[in-house]
Design a protein. Structure first.
Length: 130
């Protein structure tokens, strides 16, 4: 069951991330597409592990909770991300010299706390289902 859930989350996250990267040109506030994929993948997997299996089954796995989790998380990240990196001016008058660094540090800390929380949810949900 573990491998099938992993594979379902991976495939669905790859499709959702490809859709957002190619069609909507949104990959979140992080510099690379890999970080966006990591968050969507772990989020889809966590929702798939914890959600009640509802919907059609393919290859013995109910894929609808994984798809809904990936899509909702990707929509939230895309909606909360700045629209375009080139549209943001390099210097913002009225801000101190260290405020950009503090915002970057806070976003990085939030990212890693969120990733660790998602991994913990996956581990606990998988252990409970055994």
């Amino acid at each position: 069951m573990f491998f099938r859930e992993f594979l379902a989350a991976f495939v669905i996250a790859a499709l959702v991330v490809a859709l957002f990267a190619l069609v909507f040109r949104r990959t979140g506030p992080w510099a690379g597409l890999g970080w966006f994929f990591l968050v969507v993948f772990l989020g889809a997997w966590a929702v798939g592990v914890w959600a009640t299996p509802v919907g059609p089954a393919a290859v013995g796995i109910v894929w609808l909770p994984f798809a809904i989790g990936a899509l909702v998380l990707a929509l939230l990240i895309a909606a909360l991300s700045p629209p375009d990196r080139q549209a943001v001016p390099p210097s913002n008058p009225g801000r101190g010299p260290g405020e950009g660094f503090q915002a970057t540090l806070a976003l990085g800390a939030f990212f890693w706390i969120f990733v660790v929380l998602l991994i913990a949810l996956i581990v606990v949900g998988t252990a409970v289902s055994l």
